[in-house]
Design a protein around this ligand. Structure first.
Ligand code: GRF
Length: 188
């Protein structure tokens, strides 16, 4: 099975997924697509000898270019791992229930455009929440709105800071995202 990863940043989640399937005969990461030249995930692609595509914004939102790119790579599952653009409807429709995303909070709380990374953890701490966590969900035409696949929680105490929450949440991401990817590809 072929996994295509969309990422915009450091790519730590992409790295964990690549590692998880390194010796697997079930699946492999066969393509990495990135919308930010110079992003850390592109160094990972290079080091791992995984083909990488820099996404052109106009083409992404106004054509089938990247649907064709995914089809040419025989993609079975699309994984958004820190991808900061909303997936356009034509791409969602081309891969029904085959696009998943990870969000560093317990959706529906702290979801939506602009709510990613540090902003989320700052909001959780500011709200005095007693817990945070991750949400892995299917992607539909709206931001952070598709059917939830898994939520995992971590405690947030009064001494936690956005940084300490980010560390706990990232640990959950790295622990669970590869497991969910494998589970979905084993089912299909
Ligand atoms: C993570 O916080 C993830 O939950 C969010 O974007 C970030 C990706 O981090 N979707 P990385 O680029 O995988 O390190």
């Amino acid at each position: 099975k072929n996994i295509a990863i969309f990422a915009s940043g450091a790519g730590s989640n992409a790295q964990k997924i690549i590692d998880h399937f390194r010796h697997s005969d079930l699946a492999r990461v066969s393509l990495i697509l990135c919308n930010k030249p110079g992003a850390g995930v592109l160094q990972i692609a290079e080091r791992e000898n995984i083909p990488a595509v820099i996404i052109d914004k106009t083409a992404f939102f106004n054509s089938d270019t990247y649907i064709k790119v995914l089809q040419e790579a025989h993609t079975d599952l699309v994984v958004l791992a820190g991808f900061l653009w909303k997936v356009p409807a034509n791409l969602v429709q081309a891969y029904p229930n085959k696009i998943i995303n990870i969000h560093p909070a317990l959706l529906p709380k702290y979801g939506g455009k602009g709510m990613y990374g540090h902003f989320v953890h700052e909001a959780v701490v500011a709200a005095g929440d007693k817990e945070s966590g991750i949400t892995i969900h299917f992607v539909n035409e709206k931001y952070d709105d598709g059917e939830t696949i898994l939520q995992e929680r971590c405690e947030v105490t009064s001494t936690d800071t956005p940084e300490s929450v980010a560390k706990k949440v990232q640990a959950l991401e790295h622990r669970w995202f590869p497991v969910i990817v494998e589970r979905l590809l084993s089912e299909k």
